[in-house]
Ligand binder design. Structure first.
Ligand code: NAD
Ligand code: LMR
Ligand code: MN
Length: 579
C-alpha cells in the first residue's frame, strides 16, 4: 500500500463531473496542468490554492456557523464536496471538531436527519426492497477494494434510541473516525444502514421522514431479513469479493447486537463496537485508574449501572482481563461485579423472566442481601447497593442522565478513598453524572472518565485542574479495526482486543503523573490508534490469525505506511481510469 501523496491516480472524469466528485475534487487546489487535463481551466478562478490555504478559508466559514449543529451541517456539506479538504480541516482541529462530527453533536444530526437531508451518503438496505438487496449492494461495491463495512439497524443509537433511517448518521460518523484516527482510506469504506422500520412515533408522524414509514420489523421477519442479508451479502459477496474486509456492527438493539456478533464471529472478521470497543476502552481506563490507586483489577468491587449492550460488553471485558492478568478462575472474577438494570440490582429472586440469559453468570445470590431495604416490588436501588458493597468502581451505561445523584456519589466516597466513576452514556446530556459535580461531591478525589467530552474540573482546594478522560470507544476501535485489516486477520480475537487495550493503557498520562487524565487526550488520538493498531497486528501474527507475507518486526512500517492521509494525490486523465 502507498499513501496518496506518493501515487498518481488515473481518473476518467471530466469537467463538472470531477468538480462534483468528493473523492477527486480539489477545488481551487487543482494545479494548472490538471485543470487543463480535466477541462477545468475555465471552470475555476485563476489562483491556485494550497490545501493549507483552503483549510484556513473553510475554518473561517465554519466559524461563522453559530451552533454545533450548524457546524455539523456545514462539515457534512464540505464532505459531500471534497474529502481531502474535509479530513484535512478536521485533522488540523481534531479536538475541537470531533465533538461536532461525532458525539455529542452527531446525535442531534441523526435525530433531525430527515429535516437536514441534502444528499445521501452510504448504502440503504430497506426492508421493502429486500428482493433487490444483492443488486443494491453490488451497485456500490462492484470492482471496488472495500476494507470496511460499518453497519447499523439504528435500534439503539447512542443513548437516544430508535432513530430509523437516521441511523445512517452513526455509521458515516464511525467511518469518518476510522479515516481520521485509523488511517482508513475513505474510498475503501462503506456505511450501511438496515432500514427495518422504526418504532419512534415522532418519526412515524413526520411526513418529511425519509425512511420506510413502518413499525420496526421484529421476530421472525427480522431474522429472515438478516438471513437474506447474510446469504446475499456476507457469504457470496463480502467473502468472495472483500474477504479481508472488517464488518463493524454499531448501535443494534440489545437483543441483536451480541447475537449477530456470535453468529458471524467464526465466519469473518467482525466487530461489535458497543460490546467490544466499549469494553476495551473502559478496560484501559480502569487499568490506568488502578495504577493510580496502586491496586489490582482483582481488588475492585465493580458496580455497572445499565446492563444492556455496553454494560454487559464492559463487564465481560473487565472479567476476562481479571482472569488473564490476575490469574483467577472466571467464577472467582465474576464475584467482583454487581450489575444494575431498570429493575434494580440483578439478583436471584428477580426470577429468570426479568434477567436476560446473557446476564446469568453475574446474578447475585439473595442471601447476600438479607436485611437490605427494597421497594414494594422487592427491587434494590442503586443507593442501597452502593451503601452495602462500597464499590471502588461505578460505571454508568444506562442512558439515564443524572442517575448518579449527590447522595449516591457522597455515599460511595464514604466507602473508598479514591472512587473511580465513569459516566459513559452519550450524548453529554445523558451522562449519569456531570464530572464537575462528582468532583465537588468527592472533594476532588474521584478518578473519572466520561463517554462524551467534558471540560476539566477545578480542584476544590486549588492546584491543578483535573482532566476528565474521554472514555469513548473511538479512542480504540479505529486502531483495533485497522490492526485487523492491515494483517488481513481472519478474525478479530479477544486477545487482539486485550493487546490493544493494554497498549492504550500504557499510553495513559496518569501512568507518569497520578493527577493526570486516565486516558490520552483526543488531540493525540491518531498517534494512539496507530500504536493500538501495531499492538493488535503483532498479536494477530503471534496468534497465527494474520494472512500476510510479512513478519512481526515489519509491523510498524506496514501500519504507518498503509495509513491514508488527507493530502491531494496527483491526478492523471485516463479514459479507462477511475470514475
Ligand atoms: N462511551 C462509550 O464509548 C459508549 C459506548 C457504547 C455505549 N455508550 C452509551 O451507553 C449507553 C447505553 O448504550 P447501550 O448500547 O448499552 O444501550 P442498551 O439499550 O443496550 O442498554 C441500556 C441499558 O440501561 C438499562 N436502563 C434503563 N433505565 C435504567 C435505569 N433507570 N437503571 C438502570 N438501568 C437502566 C436498560 O434496561 C438497558 O439494559 C448509551 O447512552 C450509549 O451512548 C457509550
Ligand atoms: O458513538 C459513541 O459516541 C460511542 C458509542 O458507540 C455509543 O453508542 O455511545
Ligand atoms: Mn455505539
Amino acid at each position: 500500500m502507498s499513501t496518496p501523496a506518493t501515487r498518481a491516480l488515473r481518473v476518467a472524469l471530466h469537467g463538472d463531473t470531477i468538480l462534483t466528485h468528493p473523492r477527486f475534487n480539489k477545488g481551487t487546489a487543482f494545479p494548472a496542468h490538471e485543470r487543463k487535463a480535466f477541462g477545468l481551466t475555465g471552470r475555476l478562478p485563476f489562483r491556485v490554492n494550497t490545501l493549507e490555504e483552503q483549510c484556513r478559508r473553510a475554518y473561517d466559514q465554519l466559524s461563522t456557523r453559530d451552533t454545533p449543529l450548524r457546524k455539523n451541517t456545514f462539515l457534512q456539506s464540505l464532505k459531500d464536496q471534497n474529502w481531502t479538504l474535509y479530513y484535512g480541516l478536521i485533522s488540523r482541529h481534531l479536538k475541537e471538531l470531533i465533538p461536532i462530527i461525532y458525539t455529542p453533536t452527531q446525535a442531534d444530526a441523526i435525530a433531525n436527519y430527515s429535516h437536514l437531508f441534502r444528499r445521501s451518503e452510504g448504502m440503504f438496505l430497506s426492508f421493502p426492497n429486500q428482493d433487490n438487496m444483492e443488486e443494491d449492494f453490488l451497485e456500490q461495491t462492484r470492482g471496488r477494494d472495500i476494507q470496511l463495512f460499518v453497519c447499523s439497524d439504528a435500534e439503539a443509537i447512542l443513548g437516544i434510541g430508535d432513530q430509523g433511517v437516521g441511523g445512517i448518521g452513526i455509521t458515516v460518523a464511525k467511518s469518518a473516525i476510522y479515516t481520521l484516527l485509523g488511517g482508513i482510506d475513505p474510498s475503501k469504506a462503506v456505511s450501511v444502514t438496515l432500514d427495518v422500520g422504526t418504532d419512534n412515533e415522532d418519526l412515524l408522524n413526520d411526513d418529511l421522514y425519509v425512511g420506510w414509514p413502518n413499525g420496526r420489523v421484529r421476530g421472525k421477519a427480522y431474522d429472515k431479513f438478516i438471513d437474506k442479508l447474510r446469504r446475499a451479502f456476507l457469504q457470496p459477496l463480502v467473502r468472495k469479493y472483500h474477504p479481508h474486509s472488517l464488518l463493524h456492527f454499531e448501535d443494534f438493539g440489545v437483543n441483536n447486537a451480541k447475537r449477530l456478533l456470535d453468529y458471524y464471529r467464526d465466519q469473518h472478521a467482525v466487530f461489535n463496537d458497543d460490546v467490544q470497543g466499549t469494553g476495551a476502552v473502559t478496560l484501559s481506563a480502569l487499568m490506568s485508574a488502578v495504577g493510580v490507586t496502586k491496586s489490582r483489577l482483582l481488588d475492585q468491587r465493580i458496580l455497572v449501572y445499565g446492563a444492556g449492550t455496553a454494560g454487559l460488553g464492559i463487564t465481560k471485558q473487565l472479567r476476562d482481563a481479571i482472569v488473564q492478568i490476575d490469574n483467577v478462575s472466571e467464577a472467582e472474577a465474576n464475584k467482583r461485579f454487581w450489575l444494575h438494570d431498570r429493575y434494580g440490582l440483578v439478583k436471584q429472586s428477580l426470577g429468570i423472566n426479568k434477567i436476560r440469559d446473557a446476564l446469568q453468570e453475574f446474578v447475585r445470590p439473595d442471601d447476600e442481601w438479607e436485611g437490605v431495604p427494597t421497594n414494594e416490588k422487592g427491587e434494590i436501588g442503586l443507593f442501597e447497593t452502593v451503601r452495602k458493597i462500597k464499590p471502588t468502581v461505578l460505571i454508568g451505561c444506562s442512558t439515564q442522565g443524572g442517575a448518579f445523584t449527590e447522595k449516591i456519589i457522597r455515599e460511595m466516597a464514604r466507602g473508598v478513598d479514591r472512587p473511580i466513576i465513569f459516566p459513559l452514556s452519550n450524548p453529554s446530556r445523558l451522562a449519569e453524572v456531570n464530572p464537575k459535580d462528582a468532583n465537588d461531591w468527592t472533594d476532588g478525589k474521584a478518578l473519572m472518565a466520561s463517554g462524551s467530552p467534558f471540560p476539566p474540573c477545578k480542584h476544590p482546594h486549588g492546584g491543578k485542574d483535573y482532566i476528565v478522560a474521554e472514555c469513548n470507544n473511538a479512542l480504540i476501535y479505529p486502531g483495533l479495526g485497522y490492526g485487523a485489516m492491515i494483517t488481513q486477520a481472519r478474525s478479530l480475537s479477544d486477545s487482539m482486543i486485550i493487546a490493544g487495550a493494554r497498549r492504550l493503557a500504557s499510553l495513559s498520562p496518569a501512568l507518569k503523573d497520578p493527577d493526570s487524565a486516565l486516558l490520552p487526550d483526543f488531540a493525540d488520538a491518531r498517534m494512539v490508534n496507530t500504536e493500538i493498531a501495531i499492538a493488535v497486528a503483532e498479536q494477530a501474527i503471534d496468534e497465527g490469525l494474520a494472512d500476510i507475507p510479512w513478519k512481526r518486526d515489519e509491523v510498524r512500517d506496514h501500519v504507518m505506511g498503509g495509513m491514508w492521509e488527507p493530502v491531494y494525490p496527483e491526478l492523471v486523465y485516463d479514459k479507462d481510469g477511475l470514475h
